[in-house]
Design a binder for this molecule. Structure first.
Ligand code: RB5
Length: 144
């Protein structure tokens, strides 16, 4: 497992879930790099998706979690950085396949659409599942 921290970022809609998942990551033994936001005051999700992209691109982290109300806006923003393969997941099957098939390096969650237990399970599965490689390599390479 990487010794680098897991980066987390959210907008205001994702702030409370981000805080909960930070604690969960620490319970699981991970260091956390918090890229904000730092309250429920209204902010713009692209700023935090871009911050995640910069954190991965600069090598500060290899894995990340991004959260907004739906998970959609912040994942669009993060995926504009070529270092990011962010996968919006609503269940653990999606989280597992995002790792196995897509080698996703960022888990995107919608705080208004998934419950906290589902979010914690998605995070655990995402971090514990390895990329399968093989037939997926050519396809993942084309994403770059
Ligand atoms: C904020 O109200 C909301 O639009 C944002 O969190 C996100 O869901 C956008 O995709």
């Amino acid at each position: 497992m990487s010794t680098l921290p897991v980066a987390v970022a959210s907008d205001h809609a994702g702030f409370e879930l981000k805080e909960l998942l930070k604690s969960h990551l620490q319970e699981l033994g991970h260091e956390v790099l918090d890229l904000g936001t730092n309250s429920t005051a209204s902010v713009d999700y692209p700023d935090f998706g871009f911050a995640m992209g910069e954190a991965l691109d600069s090598g500060l982290a290899e894995r990340g979690v991004i959260i907004c109300g739906t998970g959609i806006g912040i994942s669009i923003a993060a995926n504009r950085n070529g270092a990011v393969r962010a996968a919006l997941c609503y269940n653990t099957t999606a989280a597992r396949l995002a790792r196995q098939h897509n080698n996703a390096n960022v888990l995107a969650l919608g705080a208004r659409l998934v419950g906290t237990e589902v979010a914690k399970d998605c995070l655990e599965v995402f971090l514990a599942t390895a990329y399968e490689g093989g037939r997926h390599d050519r396809r993942v390479a084309k994403l770059s």
